[in-house]
Design a protein around this ligand. Structure first.
Ligand code: GLN
Length: 288
């Protein structure tokens, strides 16, 4: 009988395979996927490099590596992505949460905590285009008095968001509404946040292979990438509490354009936050 593969051997073979397929972080991907199949953390893998694998385990791993070789994102293969130190369920119905979007959560939480500190009992937050619910759920986790409404045009996405709220035990603080931006939203909010689709037509035409697995509806911001900012700053107005904030994630070169849109709609732009790569990433606007 043939000697069974060990963790060490499989990692070496699959890393080389993924490298040949053009995966930028081939070793990491190989480890994450093997950890997923064996239900082990990466550290545990390293403590078990000589562990032999069963045929079933090898077959399951081979399937994962084949999918990654076709450049499917790791998160769609494992079904989870870490964001804001929480594990989020993801499916191809939702955008995979990006680390830079944590800056949006941080800002929303800061603004919301300031409301509580100034004596307000509860803070009403609206997340427009919630996708996996990463922003909404991560924010809700930070204080039981944050009441978060999460909306998305895709009911499939909203089901993923709801499952993430249940997973992190904040569903009682949240509402989920299928809505084309504000079309089916009622009530007013202290903070409205969004990571809308913001890629330009030119960017949509040359997506990384991985990104082309993600829902176009979560990426495509129209010709100039700005379609949703016009709509958000216009259509949010009936839903703003006094002195409300609107905080949006933006593409690296959109700060000036988005600030102009917000100001044209009667907001004052308070801040543009840069990400760790030094790119403009979040615009914060205040309603009079
Ligand atoms: N950050 C994503 C990307 O670069 C775009 C996300 C979005 O459009 N909101 O692929």
């Amino acid at each position: 009988m043939k000697k069974p593969y060990t963790v060490r051997e499989l990692l070496a073979i699959s890393t080389q395979y993924l490298k040949d397929k053009g995966c930028a972080a081939a070793r990491l991907d190989a480890e994450l996927l093997l950890g997923h199949v064996l239900q082990l953390s990466r550290i545990e893998l390293y403590l078990n490099l000589d562990r032999p694998l069963t045929t079933q385990e090898v077959d399951a791993y081979r399937e994962c590596i084949a999918r990654r070789g076709r450049r499917m994102p790791v998160a769609y293969i494992t079904g989870v992505k870490e964001f804001y130190s929480l594990d989020f369920a993801v499916t191809p119905a939702v955008l995979i949460p990006r680390p830079e979007t944590e800056l949006l959560v941080e800002k929303v939480v800061k603004l919301a905590k300031a409301r509580l500190a100034s004596g307000q009992q509860q803070v009403h937050i609206l997340d427009v285009g919630t996708g996996s619910g990463a922003v909404a759920v991560a924010a809700a986790r930070q204080d039981p008095e944050f009441l978060v409404t999460a909306v998305d045009i895709s009911s499939e996405a909203l089901e993923v968001a709801r499952s993430n709220a249940v997973r992190h035990e904040v569903d009682h603080q949240m509402r989920f509404v299928v809505s084309d931006l504000f079309s089916d939203v009622s009530g007013t909010f202290d903070i409205i946040c969004s990571n809308p689709p913001y890629l330009t037509k030119a960017e949509m035409a040359q997506l990384q292979p991985e990104v082309s697995f993600e829902p176009a509806a979560a990426l495509d911001g129209g010709q100039d990438g700005l379609v949703f900012y016009h709509r958000i700053f216009q259509e949010s107005q009936p839903h703003l509490a006094p002195s409300a904030y609107v905080a949006v994630e933006i593409g690296a070169d959109q700060a000036r354009a988005v600030a102009a849109i917000a100001e044209g709609c009667g907001f004052s732009v308070e801040e543009c936050i840069q990400d760790y790569g030094g790119h403009d990433r979040v615009v914060v606007a205040k309603w009079a």
